[in-house]
Design a protein around this ligand. Structure first.
Ligand SMILES: Cc1cc2nc3c(=O)[nH]c(=O)nc-3n(C[C@H](O)[C@H](O)[C@H](O)COP(=O)(O)OP(=O)(O)OC[C@H]3O[C@@H](n4cnc5c(N)ncnc54)[C@H](O)[C@@H]3O)c2cc1C
Ligand code: FES
Length: 363
């Protein structure tokens, strides 16, 4: 009996999947929605080609919306209020949006399709986001898997951003050459407006990281930005920065910014890596360490013979040995989502209010 039920379920599931695929393909290739009206913030009316995602449609019209996952429906950065024309909520939206957000017509603009007249609200700060072209000026391997890439801005010739923000770099998908977008944090000072540096970790078969690793001096790139709210809170509390791996990137901008703008605040950087060769940013860290308000605690999780510093998983070491004296501090976390999530959960469990925990998840 059980095999028959399982076979029937598999057949029904297969048919549903096939139908879904056929509908999606038909929508992509056969449906023609013509030109539709997209109204922005109640007053600006645009005539746009129907059929694409709201995110892509806005991008085509030079309205840049944060979309760190590149439209996969996972980052939830592309939320916009759509008051008309978005249709029912999709399963992909229901996974990431709260009931409260849905009651307020918040939508994932990467999932919603523009199929007819639509009215959307775009926050004023997004109008400051622009498109940039830059050329690679310097590439340096700073660990076996991380490259530091410095670009000189070409058009426009300078960028204005806040420490901790990121841009979305355009990369060609292998085979099709179709543009894909990935988020990379500024790893240089906002005051250096004519150049910008990124720390990029090479992901196996990763589209954008492989493309960026392959760039040669003088090669052009395009990106939009700046985006993001991973900013210094100016709360006056001491700042505890918890970074793992390439998650150090935004701190290379944030830490000097905090030290310079708030001389009374103590800054603690806990940097988790596997082995000594994965600890990068040494020259910057030495520079920050000239300031007695800065404290650096590297923690190695792998086998490393010649090391008299902290050993173990960064979260385990931090909570076992250091948390007590930082219970009242402000937290800044950056690294892989799994690490950021577990650090956040433990901080909350230990009584740190959510409002004192700031993070960027690299995934
Ligand atoms: C706000 C923010 C800031 C960030 N800043 C940085 C930064 O400063 N530096 C940095 O290095 N990264 C940063 N990231 C991460 C970055 O945006 C990219 O996600 C990362 O570089 C991987 O992109 P990719 O195109 O190389 O890999 P992708 O092509 O997106 O692939 C990612 C991984 O998934 C696997 N994969 C892809 N497709 C499939 C599939 N169909 N089935 C199974 N596996 C698959 C790949 O093999 C790869 O390992 C940031 C992310 C965010 C959200
Ligand atoms: S772009 Fe990431 S969820 Fe929409």
């Amino acid at each position: 009996m059980l095999p028959i039920i399982l076979t029937s379920a598999a057949v029904i599931g297969g048919i549903a999947l096939a139908l879904g695929l056929i509908l999606a393909l038909a929508d992509k290739f056969l449906a023609d929605y013509g030109v539709v009206t997209l109204t922005i913030n109640g007053d600006k009316e645009l005539s746009v080609k129907g059929g694409n995602s709201l995110l892509y449609t806005l991008f085509q019209q030079k309205y840049f919306i944060p979309s760190a996952c590149g439209g996969k429906g996972t980052c939830a950065y592309c939320k916009l209020v759509v008051t008309e024309g978005a249709g029912p909520y999709l399963p992909t939206e229901k996974i990431v949006l709260t009931d409260e957000e849905m009651a307020k017509n918040v939508r994932l603009s990467c999932q919603v399709k523009v199929r007819g007249a639509m009215r959307v609200e775009i926050p004023a700060e997004y109008f400051e986001i622009g498109e940039y072209e830059a050329v690679l000026e310097k590439a340096e391997l700073v660990t076996p898997a991380i490259k530091e890439l410095t670009f000189r801005l070409a058009d426009p010739p300078a960028i204005k951003f806040k420490a901790g923000q990121y841009v979305q770099i355009q990369a060609p998908a292998p085979g099709t050459g179709e543009a894909v977008y990935r988020a990379y944090s500024m790893a240089s000072l906002p005051s250096l407006r004519e150049t910008v540096s990124f720390n990029v970790r090479l992901e196996e078969n990763g589209v954008a990281s492989t493309y960026l690793f392959g760039l040669k001096d003088g090669d052009p790139v395009k990106f939009s930005g700046p985006y993001g709210e991973f900013l210094y809170s100016r709360s006056g509390r001491n700042a505890v920065c918890l970074a793992t791996g390439v998650g150090l990137a935004p701190f290379r901008s944030l830490i000097p910014d905090i030290l310079e703008s708030d001389p009374d605040v103590e800054v603690f950087l806990f940097f988790g890596a596997r082995v000594k060769g994965d600890l990068y940013g040494g020259a910057d860290i030495e520079e920050w360490a000239k300031n007695p308000k800065f404290h650096y605690i590297p923690i190695l999780s792998g086998e490393e013979g010649d090391w008299d510093g902290e050993r173990g998983r960064m979260d385990v070491v931090f909570f076992a040995k250091f948390f007590e004296s930082h219970a009242q501090d402000e937290y800044y976390l950056c690294g892989a989502p799994v690490v950021v999530n577990s650090l956040t959960a433990e901080l909350i469990k230990r009584g740190v209010p959510e409002g004192r925990i700031h993070f960027d998840k690299f995934g």
